[in-house]
Every structure is written in structure tokens, then in C-alpha cells.
Design a protein around this ligand. Sequence first.
Ligand code: ADP
Length: 495
Amino acid sequence: AVPPVGDGDSSIVTYRPYFSQAVAGGLGQYYALGTQSGDRGFFYASPVRDNFRIAGVVAVKFAVDQFEATWREGRAEIIVRDANDIVFMSSRPDWNFRAMSPLTDNQMALIAAANQFPVDQLLPLPNQSRSLNEKYSVIEIEDDGKTQSYVSSTSLIARAGWRVTILTPTGDAFALARTTAISIVLFLSLAALLAFVLLQRRMRQAERLAAQAAAQELLERRVRERTAELNLANTQLLGEIEERKAAEDRLRKTQTELIQAGKLAALGQMSAAVSHELNQPLAAVKAYAENAVTFMHRGRSDEAEGNVRQISSLADRMSAIAKHLRNFARRPQEKVKPVSLLGVVDDALALMQPRITGADAKVRYERPDAEISVIGGQVRLQHVIVNLISNAVDAMADQEDKQIDIQIQQDSDQVSLIVHDQGPGLDDEVMKLLFDPFFTTKDPGKGLGLGLSISYNIVRDFGGNLSAANHDEGGAVFVVTLKLAEPSSAKEAAE
Ligand code: ADP
């Protein structure tokens, strides 16, 4: 009652299992040769129900030839075997319907009964297999008298009871293994090279670091050495400074001694003039005193009183001379401070007056009206001026007209005292040695050669300067330059 399906061969329809399964209400599937076409195919069958009755069967055949043809393109062989180990699909058409394992009579009878494969075509495909691991084995297949070796990998399609095997010729597998091995070797070589390069680089870096550390160490050592040298030099310098200070102190002391010596020498020079200056008022005092006595005897008290007054005034004059001498001879204990320049010049002139008069010289002094305060020491500055006037008097000893010009010139921050004589001036030789200690052109006993050297140092101590030159109109010019102090403090100093 059921029409033939698929291959249209009604005589065998009843015993094809897929059909029987569908008729029984199940889903049928089967692999076999088409009973009429002789083509291999998959047969799927499903029942067609009319209410609860099975009215027919729908069967579909899937022809494997075209599908199989695509397998032939690869180098590997693919075979599909059924539960009886019979190859029914393959990339090699000559392997189809060949048994990989020997078939028992029972198996043969079942195949023949189901008309699954033509039993007379079921030839064996001799092979030997040995397993490599769980997944792979090596299989040698004998075909046309030749044995070919393959690496085989088999998967089971459990539902159908089939096994799909991929056979890669061992030559390829070995080639692959070789390629892989070469790749691995290459990779390892590359890795080794990379490691070598990295190592080299690291070593170079380490060397560089070591070199840097060495350079740094060297630098630090040099810095330490240099610092030590500098410290030593510093200590030496400090020592030298101490020595210099001590030498300076000694020099200052010596200078003070020399000033004193110079002053005493000047005093010696002045003593004749001074004694003359004192003798004159003394003689006058004597005369006035004797006359006063006579006037008193005669009862002429007014005239006697006049004489006594004269005596008193002469005594004042003598006392002034003595005071100047005492001031001059005294050792200076003074510090540098604002002093009245005009006062000091006045004192110096008063002190020198006897010598000037004795030498028959004249002083032309343009005394400024306003007070001038300079930085210095009163006694020492007076010594400088006395010395310059004294030298001027000495220089003009042999000439008729003896004139000394004293001028004061004031600038913004300094003041110059100029002493100009009419003497022979300074020749080149003298000019060079003028300020040297113990340089003198004077006869022994008349000059020590210390005056200008001491004066120079005194003025330098005041922050000023002492210079000498020849005047255009003849004679020597000595210029003492001093720093100006505040006018207000100068007034205090004058007071
Ligand atoms: P001294 O007066 O004891 O010789 P100084 O140091 O005062 O020592 O002077 C040194 C020398 O400088 C003098 O011997 C003299 O030759 C020279 N001299 C100083 N002042 C004058 C001057 N106004 N004119 C010419 N020569 C001078």
C-alpha cells in the first residue's frame, strides 16, 4: 500500500530500513547505493500522518558524489567508515566499498540482506595501524601493491556509528614537523639572538654605568683633593693674614717710633730758632722788670704797672711757644676723626713762625673764611704741614727771595692743601726717591730723610694722598689731599 520512494524500485522498497523505520512511525536514515541508479546516497525518511494513520512516507536522498569531490582537492585523504569498518565515502573513489577490517560471514549476510552494498564489490583494504597517542596513530595502507604511510586522526559520529578519518601522508607530516622544527630552531635562534643582543646591551649599559660611576668617583676624589688643597691654601692664607696683621702692627709701631724720631730731629732743627724766639721776649722781660723796679722806687706806679703788664703779655707769648713745642713732641694717641684743617694749619704756622722769620722767609697764605673739616688726626696732620713748610724753608736757604705760598682748594668730597716754594724744585733723581725712608740730600745732622716718608704714610692713613711736582713758575709743589668730613662735625672739632 506504500508507494516506492526515492529510487522508484518497488520490489525492494519494503526492506530498506529507513523506509521501514518511517512506516513504523520513526525517523529513518540510511546509507546505501541507490537500488536503481547504483549511486551512493544518504536516505532520510519521515512518516506522513493523516490524523492517527500513517498515510505515507517522505524520503530524501542526499547524493554524496559532489560532496565527496570537494575532498579530493586537499593533500590529505578523508575516509568515512561505517560500523562494519567499510569505507563508504572517501576522497579516493577506489577505496569506496573496501573493508578496513576482515568481515565475518554474519556481517556479510546482514549487508546482503539489507542490500546496503554490493557484496561482491566488498574487497579488503589491507592496513596496519599503530597508535601514537590518544588522538593520532600511524597507519600504513597497501594499495595497488604499494604501501603508503599516513598519520591518521579519527572522529566518531556516534549517532550514525560512523568514523571519519583524516589521513595525512607521513611525508607531509614529516615535512610539517621539519618545518615546525626549523621554525622552532629559527625561533629559538631568534630568541637566543634577542637574548644575546639584550644581554650585550645590558652589559654595555652596565659597563657604561660602571664607567660613569668611575668617572663620578674620580670627580668626587678630585673635588675632595681640590677641597683639601683649598682648605690648606685657606689655612695658609689665614696664617699669612695673621702674619701680615702682625707685620702691619709692627710697621705701625715702627712708624710711630719714626714719627717720634723725625719730630725730635725737627725739634733739634727748630731749637736754635726757638731759643732765639724765647731769648728775645726773655731779654725784654728782664728789661721791663728792671725798669719796673726803678719806676717803683721813684714812686711812678703807673709806669711800673705798664711794665708788669708787658711782662705778663710776653710770658703769654712764651707760654704759647712752649705749648706748641709740647704738642709737637707728644706721641699721638689719636684716632682718625674730623678735624679743623684751618686750625691745624694755624697751629703749624705758629709753631714754624720762629724758623720762618729766622730764615727771613715769607708765607703767603690765603686763609679761607669758612671752616673746613677733614678726616685725620690733629697732631699727625700738624706734623705733615710742619714738615712741608720746614722742607720749603730748607730748599730756599741759598736764595734771596724766599716765599712760601699756602693754598687750600676745596672739591665736592675732598680738599687739597698746596705748599709751593720758590726753591730749585725737584730733579728727576730726587723725584724718584723723595718718599723713600732715609733719603736725604741734606748734610748729616740736618736731615734724617724721614720727614716725607712718614708724612706720606700719615696722609695715606687718613685715606688721603701726598704728591710732589715741579711748579710751572719754578719751585716745588707739595699737595696734601684729604677727605672732607661733615661740616657740622668739623664745627664740633673746631670747638
Ligand atoms: P729730610 O728733610 O730729612 O732730608 P725729607 O724726607 O723731608 O727728609 O726730604 C727728603 C729729601 O727730599 C730732602 O733731603 C730733599 O732733597 C728733598 N726735598 C724735600 N722737600 C723739598 C723741596 N721743597 N724742594 C726741594 N727738595 C725737597
